[in-house]
Ligand binder design. Structure first.
Ligand code: ADP
Ligand code: GN1
Ligand code: MG
Length: 372
């Protein structure tokens, strides 16, 4: 987006929110694949600055922005109370919605939907893990997020994307995309398609465990990749879990698994050289340890036993999702080069294969922690 468009966003959108001071800058921000994110800087009368995050919600993906924002408001007020009770800083440890000048939680202009948050200062989000210790700290925070939502009234949450982590239905969507082959791309990716078709049983592991009530349904984040947590610049602590659009009833294994598939990989999610992509078992272990501690003993033995399966299922699901988008003409995820979704799909499938090779080791790591 160029400067003129940014100026327009400033004049037409940003001015309608209850920001403090005078808006002096608006720039595109972050590496999310779904929403359009901007950082706004305001100058206060005393010369200090205050920053905000402005986002255009992706309403082709989130069909009901009103319900989505109701979830965000309810979840963040619930978290706010818990953070205050625990002696934390609620302005930095959870998202805070800035109201519009009309007192709404979001703004609609010409069929586009916008929202604003306090910008979390003194913290950063990362696209790759720096050290096992840092990854452990993010695991603590994601686990703690889950624990804090342990008594959230799940029935009051809207399902913002239906069947979001229903891997069985993701498999069916993938199969349909292969059959329809609207862009004629299936012929180039026969090997990847076969890899997925050979593993239909993987799609059932968590779905069946939930359906048969071997594991509980919980309120989960559902998008726990590393750049959805703000890490404190001074302490390295996982300060604030962000991107709350998909907080919905789900499985703890989704949250565990999604963090592993993104953060425990030795390569970037879109790495082209697959020799660089594998599961780092040291990172797997650091995360398992931190997540268990963060959840504070709330997970069942069966959930913990299924940690390696959680990692594999969610990575497999993500591989299918990226390849589905590639086959359908790249309409879902933001891409920045031709074949981007295919590159992403390939890293996920490489990780699945690597997890299969390292299965026993992953199980041993988990056993070590569940014994405690
Ligand atoms: P998307 O759904 O597109 O991934 P996110 O809500 O994750 O959108 O936001 C994209 C990026 O913007 C995040 O990865 C983070 O770097 C940054 N960001 C989002 N909210 C905040 C915030 N309140 N404070 C600081 N940075 C934020
Ligand atoms: C998207 O919004 P973002 O970039 O944090 C996606 C996740 C995927 C992820 C893959 C709503 O996450 O489900 O796992 O990309 N979010 C949605 O990187 O589909
Ligand atoms: Mg995000």
């Amino acid at each position: 987006m160029g400067t003129i468009a940014n100026q327009e966003v400033m004049d037409k959108i940003a001015v309608n929110f209850r920001t403090e001071g005078e808006i002096t800058e608006l720039i595109p921000f972050g590496n999310g694949y779904i929403n359009d994110t901007f950082r706004i800087t305001c100058e206060l009368p005393d010369g200090k600055e205050k920053k905000y995050i402005l986002q255009k919600m992706n309403v082709s993906i989130f069909k009901n922005p009103g319900e989505l924002m109701e979830n965000v408001m309810n979840v963040t007020s619930f978290l706010r109370k818990k953070i205050i009770e625990a002696g934390g800083d609620p302005d930095r440890e959870t998202l805070n919605v800035i109201q519009t000048k009309d007192g709404g939680n979001y703004l609609e202009v010409d069929g586009e939907y916008w929202r604003m948050y306090i910008f979390i200062e003194g913290a950063s989000s990362y696209d790759e893990v720096k050290t096992p210790e840092d990854f452990y700290k993010t695991a603590l925070a994601f686990g703690n997020f889950q624990k804090m939502l342990g008594d959230y009234p799940a029935e009051t949450l809207h399902e913002t994307i239906v069947n979001f982590h229903n891997t069985v239905s993701r498999f069916a969507d993938f199969k349909k995309a292969v059959e329809e082959d609207v862009c004629g791309r299936a012929k180039e990716v026969q090997e990847e398609i076969k890899f997925i078709f050979d593993r239909e049983d993987v799609a059932h592991i968590i779905c069946d465990a939930l359906e048969e009530k071997r594991i509980p349904l919980r309120v989960t984040h559902n998008d726990t990749k590393l750049n959805n947590i703000m890490i404190d610049d001074e302490t390295g602590k996982g300060l604030c879990v962000i991107d709350l659009d998909t907080v919905m009833p789900g499985s703890a294994l989704y949250d565990f698994g999604d963090s592993i598939r993104f953060g425990a990989s030795t390569g970037a999610e879109d790495e082209v050289n697959l020799d660089l992509v594998s599961v780092d078992l040291e990172l797997f272990e650091a995360y398992a340890k931190g997540f268990l501690e963060g959840c504070g003993g709330s997970l069942t033995d069966e959930e913990v036993r299924l940690f390696p399966a959680g990692a594999k299922v969610i990575t497999f699901e993500q591989g299918m999702r990226f390849l589905t988008d590639y086959l359908q003409g790249d309409t879902y995820y933001k891409t920045s080069r031709p074949g981007h979704n295919l590159d992403r799909a390939r890293t996920q499938l490489k990780l699945v294969a690597d997890m299969e090779d390292k299965w026993e080791e992953m199980e041993k790591i988990v056993e070590k922690y569940s014994a405690k």
